[in-house]
Write a protein that binds this ligand. Structure first.
Ligand code: GLN
Length: 385
């Protein structure tokens, strides 16, 4: 029998996506894989209905439909504080998952080193494997998830080609301060590394914290590859629309990688989502208010249950400390939680390089009624686990 590739030998499937399947099997309320159970904005859906008959239904330009790129460039130029040229600085991708992969493939050669903060969103491990990169893990120390400058510097001293920066961070909810970003920026400049960002939660940052785009820091535009998506911002995770914003020399390469990986993101969906990209500031304020309300509701519920948890500054994840349950395997705990308590969660070990298995991740991107029902079930978990 021929063998699968060596590249995939140490590959496991995504634990996040697996937990969604387990939640479905036990009919659990799925707070594992982060996606909403509420509708996208009506304006986007109305436009989708029109597009069904008007088209486009054939390939968009491989690096993104013109309308979409123009609207995205206008929005992100306003937010990021520099001029983004829709003709040379953007590739539209199939979600930020493809954006990150395309970014890695564009700048990393097999054997190159890439810094990854731990805990990290699990795709980065797979991105490193697929692009042949060797990850150097730098811990974000709980409970505040700060990095130690000397540890980061020691990692940079190994001359990485790039550092991956998820900000706001999944799963910790950390929002990197401007000072922290400046420290990273200075090291990236000193050691001549790229910064590949994942900023899909850029609009979900709870005051007084503020989102700072790495690419907007002095001297960082040239070496930052900004990846993000429309999934979380417009509640359209299934549409798979993401993008890379970077200087033209990088985009030139990323377009080729993207073209041969996927040809392009869905043309009708790009057209319909363009309406969202043109929303005014009020939309983003309302989105944040909505998530802030959910955060308060969910954290208050957890406090009433009396379980220790993180306090997210951004994004929509909470990590719970499950030490009291006496499990030495957090995957097993999450399977039991889905089966016996009826709530889907992600075992924390999937995010950590370190041997940590007393944390689980839940998300609160759900209708308030869904969150209340999940809290009700969680309040009984001590009786069933
Ligand atoms: N970002 C989401 C999470 O961490 C999942 C995204 C995905 O599955 N592609 O749960």
């Amino acid at each position: 029998m021929p063998r699968p590739s060596r590249r995939t030998e140490n590959f496991t499937d995504s634990v996040i996506r697996r937990m969604t399947r387990i939640s479905q099997r036990f009919d659990a309320i799925n707070l594992s894989q982060g996606f909403p159970d509420f509708d996208p904005p009506k304006e986007i859906l109305d436009r989708l209905a029109e597009v069904a008959y008007e088209g486009p239904h054939q390939y968009a330009l491989t690096w993104g439909a013109k309308n979409f790129r123009e609207a995205l460039a206008a929005k992100q130029s306003r937010l990021m504080g520099f001029d983004i040229d829709p003709e040379s600085d953007i590739v539209t991708t199939c979600g930020s998952t493809e954006a990150m992969m395309a970014a890695m493939m564009s700048v990393v050669d097999p054997g190159d080193r890439v810094i990854v903060f731990s805990p990290f969103y699990e795709n980065y491990g797979a991105d490193a494997v697929l692009s042949g990169a060797e990850p150097i893990y730098v811990p974000l120390h709980p409970p505040t998830f700060e990095f130690v400058k000397e540890e980061l510097e020691a990692a940079f001293a190994q001359r990485p080609k790039a550092i991956i920066l998820c900000n706001p961070s999944n799963p910790t909810g950390k929002v990197f301060t401007r000072a922290e970003l400046q420290t990273i920026a200075k090291l990236a400049q000193e050691y001549d590394s790229y910064v590949i960002t994942d900023e899909v939660y850029e609009h979900i940052v709870y005051g007084p914290h503020r989102h700072t785009y790495m690419a907007s820091l002095p001297g960082m535009y040239e070496r930052t590859i900004s990846c993000s998506s429309l999934s979380k911002t417009y509640s359209i995770t299934g549409w798979r629309l993401g993008y890379v914003i970077a200087p033209p020399e990088v985009i030139d390469v990323a377009r080729k990688v993207h073209d041969f990986l996927t040809v392009g993101a869905a043309a009708p969906l790009q057209e319909a989502a363009t309406v969202g990209l043109r929303f005014g500031d009020g939309y983003y304020r309302d989105l944040l208010d909505k998530y802030d309300g959910k955060r308060r509701l969910f954290l208050k519920g957890l406090d009433e249950i009396g379980i220790e948890h993180t306090d997210p500054q951004g994004a929509y994840y909470v990590m719970l400390d499950i030490s009291e349950f006496g499990y030495d395997d957090d995957v097993r705990f999450c399977e039991d939680l889905a089966e016996k308590a009826g709530v889907g969660a992600v075992p924390g070990s999937t995010f950590f390089r370190e041997d940590i298995n007393h944390l689980i991740r839940l998300h609160f991107a759900k209708n308030d009624e869904t969150l209340e029902a999940a809290l009700e079930r969680l309040s009984k978990m001590r009786d069933v686990l």
